[in-house]
Design a protein around this ligand. Sequence first.
Ligand code: NAD
Length: 329
Amino acid sequence: MSNKKKALVLGAGGFIGSHLVKRLKREGYWVRGVDLKYPEFAPTETNDFLVGDLRDPNICRHAMNQPFDEVYQLAADMGGAGYVFTGENDADIMHNSALINLNILEECRSKKNVTKVFYSSSACIYPEYNQINPDNPKTSEDSAYPALPDSEYGWEKLFSERLYLAFHRNHGLNVCIARFHNIFGPEGAWDDGREKSPAAFCRKVAETPDGGEIEMWGDGKQTRSFLYINECLEGVRRLMKSDFIGPINIGSEEMITINQLAEMIMDIAGKKLTINHIAGPLGVRGRKSDNALIKEKLGWVPQFSMYEGLKQVYFWIEEQISLKTKINP
Ligand code: NAD
């Protein structure tokens, strides 16, 4: 263990964190994970897992009681549109996530035992006024200001980006920041109210008999891009190995409408369903990643197609549904 690089993954019980742990372990790291909970869908592969609340400075102190080569800060109070865009969770989202970031940075500053920190920001920081036309949204990294995110989740992410950059400038902390754009894959939230649209539609399609009807929030003409988890992790690892601080987009440029997303899933499932458009929380009208900067700085852009990724998620969710039905017939 002594020669192994050490990584600390905060949010290791979550979707991206638990996949990142697996990736780091494959690369030969010794990994400590911290989260409020263990990963839900597979046993953790960490060497050491601390169940604790990172809003508590004592937990952060304990989590960072030894030197780490790399810290990945993924812990946040977050979810899909049903959690982030209703307005009902705004105070929690801002308070909880900001506290985690404040505590972690203070611990890095005072202990001086961390070589580099990764912070996971979000495409939700981009101003609403650049995402009104669904066919031509703007998300180049330099378009973040003048700031006008459409959610408090986005405002907290923007504040925390600036916090990490301030600790870099004032305390010499080595940081890098990525703005994730809709990451999806197996072993993520799918039915707990925090799921994102790919998982939500996979669940609805899997649960509905052929010829039936599924509900969709809005007219389905809003656009998005989605990035498969393995590609996200590849981008994170490349960014950590580079000397580019960011913020940088990690997302896909393959833009589709939400109607097309549902159609793709029906195609994978071999079902023809009717879509019933209903009112609901929506987010911006159009969004996709702009990958010019990542191509320039890291010489890499993601390639894996949305359709291939959706197949993985659909069949995983189908399996989850049948497991649940066996337990609660
Ligand atoms: P997730 O909700 O699955 O994981 C976040 C984890 O943080 C959860 O396991 C949660 O229990 C943990 N957590 C929350 N509050 C905590 C606390 N007080 N103490 C300890 N742990 C706490 O989300 P994810 O999809 O894996 O996202 C990881 C990071 O990436 C988050 O910061 C998120 O904002 C960011 N991000 C994700 C996406 C995406 O599409 N998944 C897009 C943009 C940004």
